[in-house]
Design a protein around this ligand. Structure first.
Ligand SMILES: [Fe+2]
Length: 212
């Protein structure tokens, strides 16, 4: 049995303290204070990386996630937040997407490239959107960047040219009730729904079952 990693004690403390905060804005503010400190404690991340490399029990890289580069580090038992890890090679980015919650993200290693988009259409067509790049921020290690739900937080994050990026994100509870996020093709205006792979398989099976 692998020893429990030290970083989990931090997450447990967050879980205890976050319960006292009633408002989503206060919870996000709490992580804007806490995350930069954690990001600077590189020694806490070494055993996490070693466990990933060595195939340890924690963190478990096998459960399906929406993004290939994503590993879940912690889920708050009260479901008020989760902590996620993202590893980016040079030139790797996620698709342009929105979110179901607030978030606070930053890196332990490498400068994160974040490209933010503004939605120019009225959102009436679920399958199409007109987006315009409105800002781009490079977030150095130890600094954080705020994520917003739905159209206020459409962005793309990744690695412009670093040898490797180790990113940590804390995300709040689902505020939208959706089981997907939207991904956007900025050039064509196409909007697609990105589901967790196992959720999508169930959905497709349900649809097929009705036709069998
Ligand atoms: Fe994101």
């Amino acid at each position: 049995m692998q020893n429990r990693l030290g970083i989990l004690e931090r997450f447990d403390r967050w879980s205890d303290e976050i319960r006292e905060l009633r408002d989503a804005g206060d919870r996000k503010g709490y992580f804007q204070q806490e995350l930069p400190t954690l990001l600077q404690e590189r020694s806490l991340f070494v055993p996490v990386m070693e466990a990933i490399v060595g195939g340890g029990e924690y963190p478990d890289v096998r459960p399906s996630t929406m993004f290939d580069s994503e590993i879940v580090l912690y889920r708050d038992p009260g479901r008020l937040f989760s902590v996620r890890f993202y590893l980016w090679g040079p030139g790797e980015y996620d698709p342009v997407h929105d979110h179901n919650s607030w978030g606070v993200i930053g890196t332990v290693l490498g400068t994160l490239d974040t490209v933010n988009y503004q939605r120019l259409d009225d959102g009436a067509d679920e399958r199409r959107a007109v987006l315009e790049e409105c800002s781009r921020q490079f977030i150095p290690a130890g600094r954080t960047y705020a994520v917003f739900p739905l159209n206020r937080g459409i962005h793309r994050t990744g690695n412009a040219s670093e040898p490797a990026i180790v990113q940590v994100g804390v995300y709040g509870e689902n505020l939208t009730g959706r089981t997907y996020v939207n991904t956007f093709d900025v050039r064509t205006g196409e909007v697609n729904r990105l589901y967790l792979p196992h959720v999508k398989k169930r959905m497709l099976a349900r649809r097929a079952l009705e036709l069998l």
